[in-house]
Design a protein around this ligand. Sequence first.
Ligand code: FAD
Length: 466
Amino acid sequence: MTANIEAAISALSHLDIDTKPASLKARSRDFFWYSPVLKDRLDHVMADFAVSPKSEAEVIEVLKVCYAHDVPVTARGTGTGNYGQAMPLAGGCVLHLNQMNAIKDISPGRLVVEPGALLKDIDAATKAHSGQELRMFSSTWATATIGGFIAGGSGGVGSVHWGALRDVGNIIRLRVVTMEEEPQIIEITGEDLHRVSHAYGTNGIITELEIPLAAAYDWEELFVTFDDFEEALRYSYDLASCDGLLLKLVTLFEPPIAHDYFQRVKPHVTPEKTVLALMVAPQSMPGFETHLAHWSGEVIYRKGHTDWPRDPGLIFEYGWNHTTLRALKVDPSITYLQVGIGTEDPVGRALRLREEFSPEVLLHIEVTRQNGKVGFGSLSLVKFTTEERLDEIVRIHEAMGAPNFNPHRYTLEEGGRQSVDARQLEFKRQADPKGLLNPGKMIAWDDPDWTYDRMYAWPGMTKAAE
Ligand code: FAD
């Protein structure tokens, strides 16, 4: 199967199409460079052209033409993913959904929206319309799209209350266009949502989403410090377990993360301090203060009340993967892991991980609801030395019962639980029979017998120039 790029470009020339090398290069990349492993493998990846459809009808037209000419198609929101999810490994077409950004309907508890709408624009519109907001968002709220979040993300700010994106109820409906000779439009609900959510656009292009909303608040933003790391861990678990308090963010940074990497926080903490970043609903502040009085933690910053010479900005832009970004800016040798710590004795497990790895690996705990229970995940910061050592660190975590959602891999399976998602694979057989959607990202499609004993290297990847 050889792609006829020229024929596809010619057939789509009446659309908003881009073939300029400089902008194509930018549209072919995401935040893959967070990983030295992916930086090494994917740096050269480049599409042949990009097209920005303005409507679902144009999406259908692009998919039909690319199907006819065997051209791979990789969907793109704004390319803030971290694992090369939006990178066109085989070249071909980047389907850039930035112009499909209409907010179509807002009603009590729900929103209908096109995939290219930015998370921050959605929140502004729903707040102005009826005092509502997204239940959860990636910390790239200011720059990421809702389609990219659903197809490539997992959860974020709000997950301490609402759980992960994959949890039942956090997506209501997706409308998807298939990659066939005659593309179909499929409305997906219920169990079937698992087919396309977090599938990296490998088995359909999302053209409309229906998402639940929550009441919007002017969230209180705080930094709290502790002298004792274990007490801070216990506090964060206990705080998130208070059913009467409404929280949007509970993030904990092992020392010296806040001191060493958060430049505007640094003047206010010593290297020994454990720091928490919190978002608390205003009506929960009295309860929050009552609860904190039982602990030795100290509020060092409360937005609107504390006058720091340099404003720290949005508090959630210290959490989730923004922690890694801040650390990378100070020390380019930092990379990260995504570690499942779970809900069974998370404090004890976190302490054991710290004992094993600190300071080579520093815990950055995100407290989340996991199947109705409070649990920990860690986007741990890693001082990178070699790929072999990084793999060894992952293996030791797993031997300690802390699974890794490996951010140094570009396939769905290796970034997940290293197992085939039969629902995603089955839907790909139906929706993308030629395997043209985001090729190289689903191992089960390419090599069902893969044993996960080493990093998967997709044979179809366009080779880097020697
Ligand atoms: P892109 O990166 O453009 O795309 C993501 C994936 O979705 C790609 O595989 C793409 O092909 C696919 N896709 C995009 N649009 C469609 C569509 N319409 N149909 C089908 N497939 C589509 N992630 C989190 O989950 N939580 C976080 O808190 C978080 N924090 C981050 C912080 C930083 C600093 C960075 C760099 C990344 C972070 N991420 C986080 C990862 C990423 O930013 C989010 O997942 C984000 O929501 C992705 O949106 P995007 O528009 O950039 O998607």
